[in-house]
Design a protein around this ligand. Sequence first.
Ligand SMILES: [Zn+2]
Length: 438
Amino acid sequence: MTIMYNTIIMKIIRIYKNVLVILFLVLLVSLSEAFGQKENIIIDIDFPGGNIIVEDDDNVSTLYYDITGDTILIRPDLRDTEGNWFYWYFRVTGAASRTLYFQFPRGSFISAFGPAIISDNNQSWKWLYDDVQDNFNSFSYTFGPDENQVRFSSTIPYLQADFDNYISLYKHNPYLSTGLLNTSEKGRSIEKVYIQHPESNPKFKVLITARHHAGESIASYVLEGFLSSILDQDNSPLSPNRPNSPGSSLSWLQENVEFLIIPFMDKDGVEDGDQGKNRRPHDHNRDYSGESIYNSVASLRDKVAAWGEGKLKVALDLHCPWIRGEWNEHIYFVGSGKEEIAREQKKYVDILLSRHSGELTIKPDKSILEYGKAWNVGIPPGQGLSFSRWASEIEGISFSSTVEVPFSINNGQKITPQNARLFGRDLADALSVYLQGF
Ligand SMILES: [Zn+2]
């Protein structure tokens, strides 16, 4: 009888081992806090967007790591990524008054201004360093005496909760409506957002997408600025010094253009903290030929076929590039391989260059990465079409383009949510002038 009970107990322990370990760790943190002991530092990723692997951990769990020393070896969790990538986002608890050294022994995964951080002491995201760094493999952080929790990330994250907060500001705006494009593979809602005149028919239509690559969060701040500038017109809180002028470029957009916007093309990747880029067998931005394997892409292709009505003139896809180096530290458009599309891209970018008023600089000679240069040499056959390549074939379209906005540094400037939003406003303003030329 006793032997049977023992066997059953052993079985239960085996089955619930991971849960018990997590409960034990949580208990340990609570106890050490209660008794003022700070020996146990916990690194975890148990929140939306979380991603890290602690290198020398004896594999307690993929969500929690119990840390004892001052130096922590870490790397991004690549999951189903082909090759290397650099998105990471973790939380440190219980390190008040300590200095910790974080090292990435397997590669350079830190941006020019170090990690983005947020903590009990500092409620909004900021970059750790004020000056450009030349160490991309490690950083150290001294936790304040009251800093019990600090989050560190390769860039400033933007998740579902951020979007929900943002869009709720406009729930009574008559020009805005939201709906469901489809449900993701893991059952999450993939939103579609419309900006349209409540009564009159639009002259033109514009399609905007973001987060085909999950980790590229700065694109979402650009999108916020784009949306706000049209919804708020010149009363936008983004540009409080601008007078309200009914004849402005932004109010023209509101009156004449219908927008379809998909804020998260890879919703699961965003919330799960995946890299997204170079996902196997192909990522969301290589899913636009043959039969799409992702629900969001399949639905968008269907949707646009019916929605466009020959009025769809411009399609923009917002991205961030690699973390640093040439063509990764300034804003640019990816030049099309189709001559007529490339010509219209240039026309639009020239308008943007002549009018933009946001803080982030755009260098004329680096504003378009022409087709055939640097990495922009086309997608090898059989690897799947990108959004912008697919959109360039839509009947009546004037141009489509990928827009690259860096993760942390733009021509030496620090990227912030606010200056990224102002760039979004500039995109909208230039779009209005461009479309009024038809
Ligand atoms: Zn991308």
